[in-house]
Design a protein around this ligand. Structure first.
Ligand code: NDP
Length: 380
């Protein structure tokens, strides 16, 4: 529903200077009749943020990190201010990592739609996120292309969902021998074959930790057990997900790799809007579509994350935190690529599984896992 006095729905973009944030603004630039930017937040890129604020003139603008001479309010609180602003109908959460959790919870409690790119927070606290939506009347709509694909396949159909097969490009090391993968450089890991994304998710895509995060995300979003969730490698990234129904029928969603379509759909779901800025599909240009099994022995982060998902409770939060620390250390040149899954596995081995009964428990698990992962980083 739109707010009184305007037919355009109010949007907050959290993480507006990032890859998803910029794609969101590109979509909104073409949809000014239907959406208006009410709030923007970013991390520390004050220069890019200044230009966005000058263009969009939002009612609220804040930076999470203090920048010299910046006129904006700063601190973690700005995410909450933007997410709960009274004129905001839809919160696009495009923050990277655990930093996005509180804003997701606050927006859902305030009855907003959350277009969620920030998968880490659903992984950390999926049940608590669902409770917040229930309590406040908010609604969670995925931005991730695979989950958007599933939503597009199931919307308007009445139940019968049996299994999901999420596709995975395989990342830059899909065909590399295991020994070579272990020694991959930062530059090599950041050269994703089909998607241009922020650094953290690009490394997650190279280790396949990203697919584990997505399986856990799918479990929470679509209520399926892990036995009903599969992954297949699809190097062309044209089919985003397959949805199998109880009679064995399978529906898939296709498109050239671009986040702008899933972002637009997260804003308009279950309706659709035309967008002349999006590349139309062309099966001939898409070419041959191929599928392969995942090399789980080489990309062990996937198995580790899946085991954490199956364990439930605080284990996914531990997986997420260990992964965040290991990826940051890799990007800073402090650990080799091959150490990322090892650090994750060790931290998961060390942790004591427990129910994620309250936010404080999840936060403590997150803190503990970061500290533990840092020990393994230092000993690398
Ligand atoms: P980027 O690193 O490109 O952008 C992250 C954004 O979050 C930036 O605006 C950054 O601000 C801001 N930010 C970083 N740290 C904080 C913090 N502590 N507090 C507040 N804001 C912060 O990431 P992506 O856009 O690639 O990814 C964002 C999320 O979307 C991730 O969870 C990712 O997994 C998910 N996703 C991304 C996809 C993609 O195509 N990129 C696809 C599907 C999901 P600044 O730059 O100003 O420091």
């Amino acid at each position: 529903m739109s707010r009184a006095g305007s037919s355009a729905r109010g949007v907050a973009v959290l993480g507006s200077t990032g890859s998803i944030g910029r794609s969101t603004l590109a979509v909104l630039r073409r949809q000014r009749e239907h959406f208006r930017v009410v709030a923007l937040t970013a991390g520390r890129n004050a220069e890019a943020f200044d230009a966005q604020v000058a263009e969009w003139r939002p009612a609220y603008a804040g930076l999470a990190h203090r920048a010299n001479g910046s006129p904006y309010p700063t601190g973690a609180e700005v995410l909450l201010q933007a997410a709960t602003h009274p004129d905001v109908d839809v919160v696009v959460n495009a923050v990277v990592g655990a930093a996005g959790l509180d804003a997701t919870l606050a927006a859902l409690r305030a009855g907003k739609r959350v277009a969620l790119a920030n998968k880490e927070t659903l992984v950390m606290a999926g049940d608590l996120v669902a409770q917040a939506a229930c309590a406040g009347g908010g609604e969670l709509v995925p931005v991730d292309s695979e989950h958007s694909a599933v939503l597009q396949c199931v919307s308007g159909r009445d139940g019968g969902l049996a299994r999901l097969i999420l596709t995975c490009s395989g990342g830059p090391f899909r065909e590399w021998p295991a020994e070579r993968v272990r020694e991959a450089t930062v530059e090599e890991a950041l050269r994703h074959p089909t998607w241009r994304m922020g650094n953290k998710i690009t490394v997650d895509s190279a280790t396949l930790a990203n697919k584990a995060l997505e399986l856990i995300e799918a479990h929470h979003l679509f209520g399926l057990s892990y036995d009903a969730l599969d992954v297949v490698v699809h190097p062309q990234s044209i089919v985003h997900a397959f949805v199998e129904f109880c009679d064995g029928s399978v529906i898939a969603q296709l498109g050239f790799p671009s986040m702008e379509l899933p972002i637009l759909y997260a804003l308009t779901h279950p309706a659709r809007l035309p967008d002349a800025g999006l590349r139309r599909f062309d099966p001939v240009a898409a070419g041959a579509l191929t599928f392969e099994p995942v090399r789980t022995d080489v990309f062990r982060a996937l198995g580790a994350g899946l085991a954490a998902g199956r364990a439930g409770g605080i284990s996914p939060a531990v997986f997420n935190a260990a992964n965040e620390v290991a990826v940051a250390a890799f990007l800073e040149g402090r650990v080799p690529f091959g150490r990322i899954p090892e650090i994750i596995e060790r931290v998961l081995d060390d942790h004591r599984p427990a129910p994620a009964a309250a936010l404080a428990v999840v936060r403590e698990a997150d803190r503990w896992a970061r500290e533990r992962a840092a020990v393994y980083v230092r000993s690398s």
